[in-house]
Design a protein around this ligand. Structure first.
Ligand code: B12
Ligand code: SF4
Ligand code: SF4
Length: 213
């Protein structure tokens, strides 16, 4: 089934991002979950091609993700859920269990290959166990990073060791923060593990979503 899902996702640029069986007796929405997302911005040309044919659709990235991932869910007998579904589902906690990731000081999970440049577009919930096997521990790149430039990059100090000041960030991005608005978060872009960094136009779309939320 994993091969089937991988093949079904191929034409979207999205990939499977691991999964796990929920523990017996755990308060969980299903018996097992597989996460769908992207490392880097491989999905971008596929999404853009769809968007050109669907001008004016609200929340276009969410709308596109729903079409792609619902189709996969139907094909494999799963139920699809999404990061923006309310109440919010614990996508990052699931990702930590699915891929053995840990958070960066920015809150974004750090991936050993993709760095900070990855995200989740949906999840497939199964009413049966999948028995996926043991997870090997992922290398946590932040442990190897002495300077931690992500913590000093924000012009308004929205990120520090205590967390993320959403109000300060939004205020700057809506006001003087032209660089953040057009090229993405300066703090995130300061991370040296940037082989999969999203192009500026992709970062700008995510920033628009942040401002709208
Ligand atoms: C609400 C939300 C926001 C809010 C507020 C965040 C906050 N501090 O409360 C806003 C709109 C500000 C936001 C911003 C961003 N977000 Co956001 N956000 C969410 C959302 C929809 C819900 C979070 C939640 O409450 N979950 C419910 C709880 C129960 O789940 P959880 O797994 O336990 O939640 C964890 C997070 O809340 C995390 N956390 C705590 N503080 C912060 C701060 C930041 C910046 C992040 C990323 C996470 C984080 O700790 C919790 C415990 O593990 C999630 C999707 C989701 N469903 O989780 C995305 C999500 C966490 N966001 C994500 C991202 C990438 C971002 C941004 C970096 C980029 C963007 N989308 O523009 C920005 C960061 C700001 C910037 N300067 O660029 C990704 C993280 C992916 C990853 N690689 O880890 C997620 C998973 C969405 C996705 N599609 O993949 N976000
Ligand atoms: S700059 Fe260093 S500490 Fe910050 S996210 Fe990147 S690797 Fe982690
Ligand atoms: S988007 Fe700009 S203001 Fe917000 S945290 Fe990143 S660098 Fe700071």
């Amino acid at each position: 089934m994993i091969e089937r899902i991988t093949a079904l996702l191929l034409s979207s640029g999205l990939i499977l991002r691991g999964g796990f069986d929920f523990d017996r007796g755990e308060d969980a929405p299903a018996k097992a979950v597989l996460l769908v997302g992207h490392g880097g911005a491989d999905y971008w040309p596929h999404f853009q091609e769809w968007q050109a044919r669907n001008v004016g659709v609200a929340d276009p990235l969410d709308a596109w993700s729903l079409i792609v991932i619902d189709r996969v869910a139907d094909a494999v007998g799963a139920r699809a859920v999404y990061p923006s579904d309310r109440p919010y589902l614990p996508f990052q906690q699931w990702a930590m269990r699915a891929e053995g990731l840990k958070p960066s000081p920015l809150g974004v999970l750090m991936h050993p290959e993709f760095g900070l440049w990855h995200a989740y577009r949906g999840a497939l919930l199964f009413d049966r166990a999948l028995v996926l096997g043991e997870l090997s521990k992922a290398r946590h790149l932040c442990d190897e990073c002495r300077e931690k430039p992500c913590l000093t990059g924000c012009p308004v100090g929205a990120f520090d060791v205590d967390g993320y000041d959403v109000g300060a960030c939004r205020g700057h991005v809506l006001g003087e923060g032209v660089v953040c608005r057009r090229q993405g978060c300066i703090a995130r872009n300061a991370c040296p593990f940037d082989a999969y960094r999203y192009p500026a136009e992709v970062q700008a779309l995510h920033m628009d979503a942040l401002l709208a939320g």
